[in-house]
Design a protein around this ligand. Structure first.
Ligand SMILES: [Zn+2]
Ligand SMILES: [Zn+2]
Length: 342
């Protein structure tokens, strides 16, 4: 099969071709696994973190990609959950042990043996991928393959962030950064918290306008003060400056949820601006989001189909994977980027 692989850690800015194409043997499903022919795979900021070494893959060369949609073409022994020809999705959670205290409490995203698709297990930047059938998901019919892809990570982890924001209906919510995840969270929040006003902080006017088009009550630059203090803010930026700025916009007792697997180091000195009374006092909280549990994906897919929430996608042919990654790095984002296989 054809696969786009990462052979070594590199900088996406300095190396516009971080992935190379390779012919690899088709994966063979082991007991409990299904073989999926990939039709679409989302491009996520986490892939930049992998390529640049902030959360590197477990070996090299490695196949990235964790927002995978495709069709079951073969089943290993004892795999019976999905029929051949059925459409399934695969997200970031590729495996968790099911036995440890975290798994038993429903926090399989915090399992010490958590395995991520496209980092610890081969991902979807390829024609085929094998996955445990218990970590694959049915895709509601309403979505095309490309539309379903970003729901599996950007949407599902956005849903988890929103849950962790601990909002009650009517409380104002902020979103700092407005990429693939935030544009889905905004639409979800409008349904789950219909009386809450939504405030979006984004660096480009194009992103700000996109947020207003989707129903934000206010949109401004990441450095601006919101017109009112906010009960919760979800941060999806890769850097530190918006974290400090968001803390200032939080109401007393408010919570900042950082939805990022890693932060870049370049502007870490911004943290020295932290002023205790201005940014932290008054019982403000900071909480990070780690990974996703299967229930985040299952519940989000069902909610997204019900409302419906249709992601805004920008499609790239598989051959253009490096261009998609470079444009993501450059911040050229409206909605979610998705690779179409063929
Ligand atoms: Zn992702
Ligand atoms: Zn576990």
């Amino acid at each position: 099969m054809k696969a786009a692989v990462l052979e070594k850690i590199t900088s996406v800015r300095e190396n516009p071709q971080p992935l190379s194409f390779m012919e690899l043997p088709d994966p063979v499903p082991v007991p409990g696994q299904i073989l999926v022919r990939v039709s679409a795979c989302g491009v996520c900021h986490t892939e930049l973190d992998e390529i640049e070494g902030r959360t590197p893959p477990s070996s090299f060369p490695f196949i990235l990609g964790h927002q995978v949609v495709g069709v079951v073409v073969n089943r290993g022994p004892q795999a019976a959950k999905y029929a051949q020809g059925e459409r399934v999705g695969i997200g970031w959670i590729g495996w968790a042990c099911g036995q440890c205290p975290a798994c038993r409490e429903g926090l399989e995203n915090l399992c010490p043996d958590f395995k991520a698709t496209g980092r610890d297990l081969p991902g979807g930047y390829a024609q085929y991928v094998a996955v445990s059938e218990n970590f694959a998901f049915s895709i509601p019919e309403i979505f095309s393959d490309a539309q379903a892809a970003p729901l599996l990570c950007a949407g599902a982890i956005g849903f988890r962030s929103l849950r962790l924001a601990n909002l009650t209906d009517g409380q104002p919510l902020g979103l700092t950064g407005f990429g693939a995840s935030a544009h889905l969270v905004l639409q979800l929040a409008r349904h789950l918290y219909p009386h809450s006003e939504l405030f979006v902080f984004a660096r480009s006017e194009c992103e700000q306008q996109f947020a207003l088009d989707l129903g934000a009550h206010w949109a401004g630059n990441t450095g601006e003060k919101s017109p009112q203090k906010l009960s919760a803010i979800i941060d999806t930026t890769p850097v530190w400056k918006p974290v400090v700025e968001a803390l200032e916009n939080l109401a007393p007792g408010g919570r900042l949820v950082i939805n990022a697997i890693r932060k870049e180091e370049a502007d870490k000195d911004q943290l020295l601006r932290l002023d205790y009374p201005l940014h932290l006092w008054q019982e403000k909280e900071i909480k990070s989001v780690a990974n996703v549990a299967r229930r985040d994906i299952e519940e989000f897919l069902a909610l997204a189909a019900q409302y419906p929430i249709i992601p805004d996608v920008e499609e790239y042919p598989f051959a253009d994977v490096n261009r998609a990654l470079s444009e993501l790095k450059a911040g050229q984002i409206r909605g979610a980027k998705v690779l179409k296989m063929e």
